[in-house]
Design a binder for this molecule. Structure first.
Ligand SMILES: Nc1ncnc2c1ncn2[C@@H]1O[C@H](COP(=O)(O)OP(=O)(O)O)[C@@H](O)[C@H]1O
Ligand SMILES: [Mg+2]
Length: 261
């Protein structure tokens, strides 16, 4: 079993294109202003969230179970829409630009079964590129490249629902990488991975040029990979600052059910 490798992450066209488009981007790439959301049963999951993330920042979203981390991520591409405003790359999300925003925000769900639905790994990873109207050669190139990024080359003809959970998680990440989005929103990406795959994931995410918002309980991943940390509790942002200051604030961590790495 190969581990997720970062060796080929420096895909020349990939980083050039992405860096080019990010450098043209002035101002925040993610901006949430006064976002509140309640589920249909009335449970309030986000309460007046304000959050600005700039190009190429790698940000951790931490907090106890039920804090609202997944709910917040699902707002980034309009899967959930509450009160307040969400802007991606300067465009306020609305009915007219959901397609555009979904091509800019690569969403990796916590449960890969929510992401993988095709009979083969190839078709799952090719799905996004095919819907970007890329030609067949480019689709094949992107699928091979994305699978290599997550250490799953050679899995093209496997059936996703027969893979282990850790393998499925890596394929789910590949489906998003294949679209080369400017922003990655990852929900518990290291959960269920064995130590080698987890180490490879950290290397891979560290080498990617994208702006990242990562919801996680893995405080070692936060410590090693994500220079900024946002603490969410009860749907509210209760802290936002440099990871090293947040991780050394044992009172804050304890108060919000977190532990230092
Ligand atoms: N589909 C849903 N219907 C009703 N309540 C939900 C639903 N999904 C999440 N919640 C509730 O919303 C709150 C935030 O959940 P979630 O965003 O999943 O938190 P986290 O990802 O931080 O664990 C929790 O109280 C949770 O029980
Ligand atoms: Mg969650």
């Amino acid at each position: 079993m190969v581990s997720i490798s970062a060796e080929s992450a420096r895909h020349p066209e990939y980083s050039t294109d992405l860096h080019g488009s990010l450098e043209e981007q002035h101002g925040p790439v993610i901006a949430l202003t006064g976002v509140s959301f309640s589920y249909p049963d009335g449970r309030r999951a986000l309460d007046n969230v304000n959050l600005v993330v700039r190009a190429r920042e790698k940000v951790a979203l931490v907090g106890p179970n039920g804090a609202g981390k997944s709910t917040l991520l699902l707002h980034l591409n309009g899967i959930l829409r509450g009160r307040g405003a969400v802007a991606i790359m300067g465009n306020e999300l609305g009915d007219g630009n959901l397609g555009l925003v979904r091509s800019q925000v690569g969403m990796v769900f916590q449960h890969p079964d929510d992401q993988l639905f095709s009979p083969t790994v190839f078709e799952d990873v090719a799905f996004g590129p095919l819907h970007m109207n890329l030609d067949d050669d480019e689709v094949h190139r992107r699928v091979s490249w994305a699978l290599a990024q997550v250490g799953m080359e050679g899995f093209e003809n496997r059936m996703p629902h027969h893979l282990s959970l850790g393998e499925k998680k890596r394929i789910a990440i590949a489906t998003v990488l294949a679209m080369q989005p400017a922003i990655l929103a990852l929900d518990e990406p290291s959960g269920e991975l064995d130590p080698r795959a987890r180490r490879g994931l950290i290397r891979l995410l560290g080498s990617l040029p994208q702006t990242m918002l990562v919801a996680t309980h893995d405080m070692r991943l936060v410590d090693e990979l994500l220079p900024r940390t946002v603490v969410l509790d009860g749907g509210r942002v209760v802290a936002d600052g440099p990871t090293q200051s947040i991780l050394s604030d044992t009172v804050l961590l304890d108060r919000h059910g977190l532990e230092p790495p």
